[in-house]
Design a protein around this ligand. Structure first.
Ligand SMILES: [Zn+2]
Length: 324
């Protein structure tokens, strides 16, 4: 269970930026305080020298303990004087305390040798932001999915209303996301345009990312463009796009069927699906195509990789984008 390296790097950089900002703001406050009352700078120097003397005394032996206690008393008195000086020029006692976003770890990301909660939270934020670069994840949550767009009259083919059927699909997807593991089954979402396939697959992505899993999302067209660029372009030492796709805890391929099929796309798609199947990693695919059309458009080998291990979910209703 891990995100891409870049997610951790960005989280670390964000924390460092917070820390630097807090320290810079404190420098500005300090300048103001000292301009108002130069004595504060002298008292601060005194406090610093007591600290330094105490460190030096540690290795002295003999009366070191007594000496350090004396320094501590002097230091506390100086700190009290500093507070009074701040108050005397109309500033608060804690005016010169650095205001970190997270006072627990002082924006370092760890305390007592453990990762701080703020760092864990920021890592999730960055994982979501990374996914957000290629997908409209923010608007696509379970909370924002509305069943009211689906007709509430009995559909003779389904035996229930389309709303009721979609309610079952919705609940299934929410459960799937909440219980997702790398061993989860793959899903194939069928149905016409504008029936909520992208919305629900991204709602799953949102929850799965928050639970600490790495999600890769892209339309087939998107993914193929990236792979083609990589295949014919320069190589570097970073994890390749193809590796990221193959190794993601959850891969979501949106809109299968709209892309122009070439030998390259067929081979790549087969390679991706096959590699993930061998690793036992789940893939969610959404498509406007009927099952027979998939057999026609792609090879038998791809179709069997698609259907062999995944659970079909049929989407129904009317194009929500048009109703809206
Ligand atoms: Zn923290």
């Amino acid at each position: 269970m891990a995100y891409k390296q870049i997610v951790y790097q960005r989280a670390k950089a964000e924390l460092e930026a917070r820390r630097k900002k807090a320290e810079k703001e404190n420098d500005a406050r300090r300048l103001k305080a000292i301009t108002l009352c130069p004595e504060i700078a002298r008292v601060e120097g005194e406090i610093a020298s007591y600290g330094l003397d105490a460190v030096k005394a540690l290795g002295m032996g003999g009366d070191a303990e007594k000496y350090i206690r004396e320094l501590s008393v002097k230091s506390l008195a100086a700190q009290e004087r500093k507070k009074q000086l701040l108050k005397s020029v109309g500033l608060s006692e804690d005016y010169l305390d650095i205001k970190y976003t997270c006072p627990i770890c002082k924006d370092t990301g760890s305390h007592d040798g453990f990762f701080c909660e703020c760092q864990k939270k920021e890592v999730i934020n960055q994982a979501k932001a990374l996914l957000g670069e290629t997908a409209p994840v923010k608007g696509c949550t379970f909370e924002k999915f509305s069943l009211s767009y689906y007709p509430d009259v009995i559909d003779p083919d389904l035996g229930v209303s389309q709303r009721e059927h979609m309610s079952t699909v919705y609940n299934f997807c929410r459960d799937y996301a909440n219980h997702f593991t790398k061993k989860a089954q793959g899903l194939t979402m069928y149905g016409g345009t504008g029936l909520g396939k992208t919305h629900l697959s991204l709602a799953i992505a949102n929850v799965v990312i928050e639970r600490g899993y790495d999600v890769y999302y892209g339309s087939v067209q998107n993914i193929m463009e990236k792979l083609e660029k990589e295949h014919f372009g320069r190589k570097n030492n970073d994890e390749s796009e193809k590796e990221a796709i193959i190794n993601a805890d959850l891969l979501i391929i949106d809109d299968l069927g709209v892309e122009f099929v070439t030998q390259f796309t067929t081979a790549s798609l087969h390679d991706i699906l096959n590699s993930r199947m061998l690793k036992g990693l789940p893939t969610i695919i959404s498509t406007n195509l009927e099952m027979e059309e998939i057999y026609e458009k792609y090879t038998q080998r791809i179709a069997s990789r698609l259907f062999g291990s995944s659970l079909p979910l049929a989407f129904c209703g009317k194009d929500i984008r048009q109703i809206k």
